[in-house]
Write a protein that binds this ligand. Structure first.
Ligand SMILES: Cc1ncc(COP(=O)(O)O)c(C=O)c1O
Length: 340
């Protein structure tokens, strides 16, 4: 019985076309700025996001941290949505690398301009300076939720009024683009820095790209160096990213349809689930997520627990609609066995 891996959209393997593009990539030393494939990837991503400049970085975490580091000082406060990846899943990097504290706002990863205004500290000696706002779109921990564009614009207006830097963790921005039909550049427009991942839904093996103005990206470049993120013949990886941008954005609609198929199937089997996921994630509730996940694993369905009472299933490039039907049959068998 082949495993059906729904743990994350990061588990995909490069397709044959992507491997060919990687093998044939023109490369050079990117620390010297001489890798033509990296330059092409940066130019292409910047154009898609409507920003003048871009920088290839090894991971989404480094994209976020290198985007924030130049614009904060130790002791500052970064505002981010409840459950933000930068707060919960980057190893404490904001504190460890930049000396900042992250204050979370709102519910389900989303918040409004009023939340930002209410959270900004007064300019007085008792208070840590509030310096930066980070938005995550789509939002991972809330199940791939899209942060609505009008709310983003409201947040951006509040941040601008108070001179705060605005960062977008767009690890899955492509999913928001496909789910809404709103172009990437519109989502990116309010932000000073935008980090997008190539190795989540897009199926590349490695890499993220940070976009912004020329001046901002020069400073992010310095932070990438500080964090050890300069890569030499990185064009092999950039070629995979370019291939992903050309071939794997529109098909995210298939992942979203597969997520809806899964959610409807889970609801039909009596599980508590939002039957209309916005993108490629399905959060559902069981009493003992760890035990349920282990029982599913015995039937070769891989789904991770995600917080108390919840599991998260993620659809991706390597999962078909038939796989979802198979997974639902196996999940039904686990439930039928009274587990757990
Ligand atoms: C929303 C979000 N941001 C950032 C990251 C970090 O990406 P990476 O694992 O490449 O460091 C992830 C990873 O899953 C994520 O979900």
């Amino acid at each position: 019985m082949p495993p059906i891996d729904l743990r994350s959209d990061t588990v995909t393997l490069p397709t044959a076309g992507m491997r060919r593009a990687m093998a044939e990539a023109e490369v050079g030393d990117d620390v010297y700025g001489e890798d033509p494939s990296v330059v092409r990837l940066q130019e292409r991503t910047a154009a898609l996001l409507g920003k003048p400049a871009a920088l290839f970085v090894p991971s989404g975490s480094m994209g976020n941290q290198a985007s924030m580091h130049p614009f904060v000082r130790p002791g500052d406060v970064v505002l981010a949505g409840a459950g933000a990846h930068i707060l919960h899943f980057e190893g404490g990097a904001p504190a460890a690398l930049s000396g900042v504290q992250v204050q979370s706002l709102g519910h389900d990863g989303c918040f409004d301009g009023a939340d930002v205004r209410a959270a900004i500290h007064p300019d007085e000696a008792h208070y840590a300076p509030t310096r930066l706002v980070a938005v995550e779109n789509t939002h991972n921990l809330s199940g791939g939720r899209v942060f609505a564009l009008d709310r983003i614009q409201d947040v951006a207006a509040a941040a601008r009024d108070h001179g705060l830097h605005l960062h977008l963790d767009g690890a899955r921005l492509w999913n928001a683009v496909v789910a809404t039909g709103t172009p990437a550049a519109d989502w990116a427009e309010p932000f000073d820095t935008v980090s997008v991942c190539l190795s989540k839904g897009l199926g590349a093996p490695v890499g993220s790209v940070v976009c912004g103005s020329e001046t901002v990206i020069r400073r992010v470049h310095r932070a990438r160096k500080l964090m050890g993120g300069g890569m030499r013949q990185a064009g092999f990886l950039a070629a995979a990213g370019l291939y992903a941008l050309e071939n794997h954005i529109e098909r995210l609609a298939d992942d979203h349809a597969a997520a809806r198929q899964l959610a409807e199937g889970l609801a039909a089997r009596g599980l508590r689930v939002d039957p209309a996921p916005e993108t490629n994630m399905v959060m559902f509730e069981v009493e003992s997520p760890a035990a349920f996940s282990a029982a599913l694993r015995e039937r070769e369905v891989w789904i991770n627990p995600m917080g108390p009472g919840r599991l998260r299933a993620v659809t991706h490039l390597d999962v078909t609609s038939d796989d979802i039907d198979d997974a639902l049959t196996r999940i039904g068998a686990v439930l039928g066995a009274g587990s757990p």
